[in-house]
Design a binder for this molecule. Structure first.
Ligand SMILES: [Zn+2]
Length: 239
């Protein structure tokens, strides 16, 4: 009788401990999936169109051209230091981008950095002039690595722009990344709704070589996500 009672107690204890062991991983995995769901719900990837050139999330690349007749409707000239070698038209960006540039440049100035706005909006016709010139100079294959054919440039959306130093050191060159200005931009641009569009080592995905000076406005919500993920726009949207 004693032996039977003992056996019963042992069995109960064994079952209890087994349940406990089974329960804990179950609980933790369900909380992980809740967490994942929460994050997915928190960020809606379909909030804006990635196909409409008027959308702040438009994705333009070599495989996703926009109409060469598209002109953004709300272009402004930001009140910041601008590159006088660019035409007045090319110093414009979309209104929301202009505000972002103004606050970013002001904050950079407080850090002792000297930023200058280079190219902003480019019409398809202007892009054609640039592209044709690069092809004549470097050949088509080389030109395609750093310049866009008309209709495939982000600059045509009014949402993209190039930044340089006021003294033009490393002007539109890779070494801009190593300047204090380039480093500050890489670390902080996302706070102003901007992404470094052509990242180092992502040429196969974006279609363009590393451009530490080229920034693209997407709004702060998406810029934060992109910054956290380290992905390109193409990767983030699964293109
Ligand atoms: Zn650019």
């Amino acid at each position: 009788m004693i032996a039977l009672t003992l056996l019963l107690i042992i069995s109960v204890l064994f079952i209890a401990s087994k349940n406990k062991n089974e329960k804990s991983p179950g609980t933790s995995s369900s909380s992980t999936s809740q967490q994942t769901n929460k994050n997915t719900v928190a960020f809606d990837k379909s909030k804006y169109s990635i196909d409409d050139p008027d959308s702040i999330w438009i994705i333009v690349n070599k495989k996703r051209p926009i109409s060469t007749t598209f002109i953004p409707s709300n272009l402004v000239t930001p009140d910041v230091k601008r590159d006088s070698s660019d035409s007045d038209a090319e110093q414009q960006v979309r209104k929301e981008v202009g505000s972002s540039i103004e606050s970013m440049f002001a904050d950079a100035k407080k850090e002792g950095l000297d930023l200058m706005l280079a190219s902003g909006y480019r019409s398809a016709a202007l892009q054609k002039t640039y592209y044709d010139g690069y092809v004549a100079r470097d050949g088509q294959a080389a030109a395609d690595r750093y310049s866009a054919r008309p209709g495939t440039s982000e600059h045509q959306t009014g949402l993209a722009f190039d930044v340089a130093r006021g003294d033009r050191k490393c002007y539109l060159e890779i070494c801009f990344a190593d300047t204090p200005e380039g480093k500050w931009l890489a670390a902080n641009a996302y706070k102003y709704g901007l992404v470094l569009r052509y990242q180092n080592g992502k040429e196969d995905i974006t279609g363009y070589q590393y451009e530490p000076w080229h920034f693209r406005y997407v709004g702060t919500a998406l810029a934060e996500q992109i910054n956290k993920s380290g992905q390109t726009l193409e990767e983030f949207f699964g293109l």
